[in-house]
Write a protein that binds this ligand. Structure first.
Ligand code: 5GP
Length: 219
């Protein structure tokens, strides 16, 4: 009897998994928990021109760079997408993403709707996008204040921008209302698992099925 070994994960092309939401909807916590729970996922660490916040670390949360370096990266084609948010520039370094996908690993992006739209233009086949909604704007404001990282002025700006960000929810493949972090994480993992099983992403299947059927004919 012919035995067929199921393929290793490197036979699967990695996918680009985007989580977007207004600040305070739980996206950063969900990203962190997903990375802890699933070793096949790698975070895309963005570059930004905004100042580092307390508790943040260079290379883990962002690469903190100045405007000149950012402009050089844009003109040199080093960024897969980039956008201006709250007056600061943010972008996704291209090389790390491409190498990770080719190695069969999935890449997680914590980016806004502008970046997601650009990824949809360049890489639709690899992209899976999820929008996280807060249960209410009151809850969103409460969470922003609880973080206590931002000044009152910044909180008000983020609240104003939240409505703008939310207005793009229909551009996403999936939408989750985050009123419970554990449940939201379960849903995110279900989406990821199902997307990994899409026929088009299981590149080894042609060979696998041929071998499977050959084994049947031979026996
Ligand atoms: P924060 O400054 O609070 O870390 O992020 C502000 C917003 O910028 C968030 O919505 C975050 O998802 C978005 N963002 C972070 N990195 C990138 C990036 O590389 N590209 C884009 N388009 N948005 C980003």
């Amino acid at each position: 009897m012919t035995t067929t070994n199921l393929p290793v994960s490197s036979a699967h092309r990695g996918l680009m998994f985007v989580l977007s939401s207004p600040s305070g909807a739980g996206k950063t916590t969900l990203s962190r928990r997903l990375l802890e729970a699933d070793e096949r996922v790698t975070l895309s660490v963005s570059v930004t021109t905004r100042p580092m916040r307390p508790g943040e670390r260079e290379g883990r949360d962002y690469y903190f760079i100045d405007d000149t370096r950012f402009a050089t990266m844009v003109t040199g084609g080093e960024l897969l997408e980039h956008a201006t948010v709250f007056g600061h520039r943010y972008g996704t370094p291209r090389q790390h993403v491409m190498q990770t996908l080719e190695a069969g690993r999935d890449v997680l992006f914590d980016i806004d709707w502008q970046g997601t739209r650009q990824l949809a233009e360049c890489c639709r086949g690899d992209l899976v996008s999820v929008f996280i909604l807060p249960p209410s704007l009151t809850e969103l404001e409460r969470r922003l204040r609880q973080r206590a990282q931002d000044t009152e002025e910044v909180v008000q700006k983020r609240m104003a921008r939240a409505t703008d960000e939310i207005s793009h929810w229909q551009e996403y493949d999936y939408v989750i209302v985050n009123d419970n972090l554990d449940e939201a994480l379960v849903l995110i993992r279900k989406i990821l698992d199902a997307e990994r099983l899409k026929r088009a992403r299981q590149h080894y299947l042609d060979g696998f099925v041929t071998k499977l059927c050959a084994g049947r004919t031979a026996s």
